[in-house]
Design a protein around this ligand. Structure first.
Ligand code: PMP
Length: 286
């Protein structure tokens, strides 16, 4: 792997060391971001940095870097990595201090970032789609914060894997929230529906772009609550994330979604999304 960034230094991964008293390690006290990079350009960077700012504000941590400084760090991490798809991971924890729940005064945050290759699902997998399970959303009430404390998400995703599925679609009070590591869309007739933003979902950057693209192309797309019954009777279900883009879910809890194949609305929206991405790579859109 190329160099990673840790607290001001660009160093080989095996030399990047963090204290065992780092509050990220002890408490999961930190936030993170994942930014996809296409053709050497960071996709929706301002949106990711705005979400980072919101996550930091929610945990009362000052952003350690300006936009310019973040840009410089990422650019350096991406240098020499060519034009193949990449992702940049960045994580900020509250820093190192004797173990005590209360915020320690006057400590510096730990800042870590690295770039790695990004491999999207191949066309065959898109056509086939993925399997999902439904599971009770047993996470906390601030799922809008991109917290590094992901134990509930890890257990839910593992539950899906152990049942031969790729994702857990989460349900709280009879309403679908999101996936263990993705946002979820359903298609009902000609209407594309995704749950509204709020404390129970992460405001996904891919989710927002899918909504934006749908609106731009006059596709009927609404942000409204999705009862579990609507999920079960949907013609199509998709999961979205920076690392999966838009992936059809074609089986839920062992039963086919619609006819069990990638649906026509997915074909349409996925193509529009790819067009947007290509225009971004050419520098025609931001
Ligand atoms: N929800 C959760 C819980 C996630 O972990 C992710 C991806 N990390 C998403 C939604 C999708 O967000 P994005 O499109 O910004 O990757």
């Amino acid at each position: 792997m190329s160099l990673v960034y840790l607290n001001g230094e660009f160093i080989p991964p095996d030399q990047a060391k963090v204290s065992v008293f780092d509050r990220g390690f002890i408490f999961g006290d930190g936030v993170y971001e994942v930014i996809p990079v296409f053709g050497g350009r960071m996709f929706r960077l301002p949106h990711h940095l705005a979400r980072l700012e919101a996550s930091l504000a929610a945990i009362q941590l000052r952003n350690p870097h300006t936009v310019r400084q973040w840009n410089d760090i990422f650019t350096r991490l991406l240098a020499n990595n060519g034009t193949a798809d990449q992702s940049v991971y960045l994580q900020i924890t509250r820093g190192v201090a004797a173990r005590d729940h209360a915020f320690p005064p006057n400590i510096s945050p730990t800042v870590f970032a690295y770039a790695s290759p990004l491999n999207y699902p191949p066309a065959e997998q898109l056509a086939k789609g993925a399997a999902a399970i439904t599971a009770a959303d047993n996470r906390w009430q601030r799922c809008d914060i991109k917290s590094i404390a992901l134990l509930a998400n890890v257990l839910l995703r593992q539950q899906a894997i152990e049942q031969g599925a790729a994702e857990a679609v989460l349900v709280r009070d009879g309403l679908m929230t999101e996936g263990a590591a993705s946002n979820i869309f359903i298609v009902s007739g000609d209407r594309v529906i995704t749950p509204p933003k709020g404390p129970y979902i992460l405001p996904g950057i891919t989710r927002d772009l899918v909504v934006e693209i749908a609106h731009f192309h006059d596709i009927d797309c609404v942000e409204q609550p999705v009862p579990i019954g609507s999920l079960r009777s949907a013609n199509e279900v998709w999961m979205t994330s920076s690392t999966k883009e838009i992936l059809p879910i074609t089986r839920i809890d062992g039963r086919p979604v619609g006819d069990g194949k990638q649906g026509p609305m997915h074909v349409r929206v996925f193509a529009l999304y790819q067009q947007y991405k290509q225009a971004f790579i050419r520098g025609e859109v931001e």
